[in-house]
Design a protein around this ligand. Structure first.
Ligand code: C2E
Ligand code: CA
Ligand code: CA
Length: 470
């Protein structure tokens, strides 16, 4: 009997009468039941994530093999892997309680979107998995879209309103691989989604192999570059075309890895994900302010425009940190302008406004970057303390239908809201003339100058000065 029990069979001691032995047998049976229940509970615990009560990684690994074994030939089985965007930073700045709450809320929203047959898991950290039997790619894509949509709804925590997005990879079981391979493929697809930008969905494709390890290597290299403070600011002149004079420089981050520049938008996004954007941003601002001292010796009116990531607005100290740095370098707040995109307004609406007011009250300029590419309502934008908008290069290059000029519309909107406007990405005379005719005065782009390192800009400033003076 012991052997059969050990093999998991439910065997009971036979109870024949009411004598002492039978009582003993009954007690023994009850005890066995208790042990069984306890074992079941233990098993449940070992496959459950305590924070969200979803399954955990171990549960996923077990479940996937069960599903694969039960999958009839030709049936579909999808795996969805989601990693939250910028979660680490939220966790670090708002605290672990907020982070936990956010994860629980994400789990809750996932449950709302998923169907009965789907199985949900938290793999650890901010990574979630869904196993979806009888689901083809098309169906999985629909579910992924719904999930991402659910996630963007505001989440309230204390006085904070936050919203979150995720990157999703989807892999389809090929009919013969093991669960591990399916997981690997979903992972590769997720990395591809991360690379595409926030709130993206990617499917596994043959040939994606290697991406994950490359990504890991890139992450390591970036961590090390930030640790060693080797990412450098470049500066691109912003021109006042009426006087043919430089009025400001925009600081843009440059990272050279193995003698090759990595695209700024790529490593900025990655450092957001790694929770390192603030550190990087601070390092750059320090260097930028130091450089400004030299620049302003040439041109005392020169302003500095810097980019701030939306996720940095989760940090309540953002404004005071920037003001401290200005003081430390003895540079007036009015020299600095901060550029942010509309996505910041979606991410932490209330906190963003508060931080914006702090910055503006201190005298710092506020630019709305890539104007027109986001989703904010104009009414909302009008209520926020932006003083300048930047016309995105994509608007200059887009050939509009029916002769409607997008740069003209953007110009009219900005003017009606009493905002200054800078056209960005002006590459040639053609574009320049077109913009000038509409009324654009402030411009930036390769036609005037490319972003350059500090020393080069000092030379450039000397050059233009001697031009103007002579
Ligand atoms: P952005 O703020 O819109 O910056 C303008 C981008 O346009 C820069 O790309 C610049 O090099 C490029 N550009 C300037 N003139 C021209 C032109 O005439 N033609 C074309 N085709 N492009 C031009 P970059 O440096 O690759 O930066 C990309 C984005 O990465 C930036 O877009 C900004 O959103 C972000 N970024 C760069 N540096 C930082 C940083 O230090 N912090 C943060 N948070 N974001 C940064
Ligand atoms: Ca910018
Ligand atoms: Ca821009």
């Amino acid at each position: 009997m012991a052997e059969r029990r050990a093999q998991g069979e439910h065997v009971y001691w036979p109870i024949k009468g009411k004598d002492e032995l039978d009582v003993l047998a009954k007690t023994f049976n009850e005890l066995m039941d208790e042990i069984q229940t306890a074992q079941n509970n233990l098993h449940t615990l070992s496959v459950t994530d305590a924070l969200t009560t979803l399954g955990n990684r171990r549960g996923m690994e077990q479940e996937i093999e069960l599903m694969i074994n039960a999958c009839p030939p030709g049936a579909h089985l999808s795996m969805l892997l989601m990693d939250l965007d910028g979660f680490k930073l939220i966790n670090d700045t708002l605290g672990h309680a907020a982070g936990d709450l956010l994860l629980q809320e994400v789990a809750h929203r996932m449950r709302q979107v998923m169907r009965k047959q789907d199985k949900l898991f938290r793999m650890g950290g901010d990574e979630f998995t869904v196993l979806m039997p009888n689901t083809n790619n098309e169906q999985a894509a629909k579910i992924a879209d719904r999930l991402l949509q659910q996630l963007t709804e505001a989440i309230h925590f204390d006085s904070n309103t936050m919203s979150i997005s995720g990157s999703i990879g989807i892999a389809q079981w090929d009919g013969h691989s093991h669960g591990k391979e399916l997981m690997r493929r979903a992972d590769l697809a997720m990395y591809a989604a991360k690379n595409k930008g926030k709130s993206c969905v990617c499917f596994y494709e043959i040939g994606m192999s290697g991406t994950a390890s490359e990504q890991m290597q890139l992450e390591q290299a970036l961590k090390s570059a930030i640790e060693k403070n080797t990412i450098e600011p470049y500066f691109q002149p912003v021109m006042d075309t009426t006087r043919n004079k430089i009025m400001a420089v925009e600081m843009l981050a440059r990272w050279k890895k193995d003698d090759q520049f990595i695209a700024a938008s790529d490593f900025i996004r990655l450092s957001e994900d790694l929770g390192l954007i603030q550190k990087l941003s601070n390092q750059l601002l320090r260097k930028g302010l130091m450089a400004m001292k030299d620049f302003r010796r040439q041109d005392p009116d020169l302003k500095l425009q810097i980019n701030i990531s939306p996720v940095q607005f989760s940090d309540r100290n953002l404004a005071s940190d920037i003001l401290d740095l200005l003081k430390e370098h003895d540079i007036p707040a009015s020299v600095l302008a901060i550029e942010l995109t509309e996505s910041a307004l979606l991410l932490y609406p209330e906190q963003v406004e508060q931080t914006m007011r702090q910055l503006v009250d201190a005298g710092i300029g506020l630019h709305l970057d890539d104007f027109g590419t986001g989703y904010s309502s104009l009414a909302r934008l009008r209520d926020l303390p932006f003083d300048t908008v930047k016309l995105d290069r994509s608007f200059i290059t887009t050939q509009s239908k029916a002769g409607i000029s997008l740069p003209k519309i953007v110009f009219d909107i900005a003017s009606s809201m009493h905002m200054e406007i800078i056209a960005e990405g002006v590459e040639n005379q053609n574009e320049f003339k077109q913009l000038q005719q509409i009324g654009y005065r402030q411009m930036q782009g390769f036609m005037f100058a490319k972003p350059m390192p500090k020393e080069e800009l000092v030379q450039w400033l000397k050059g233009t000065h001697s031009h103007q003076n002579g």
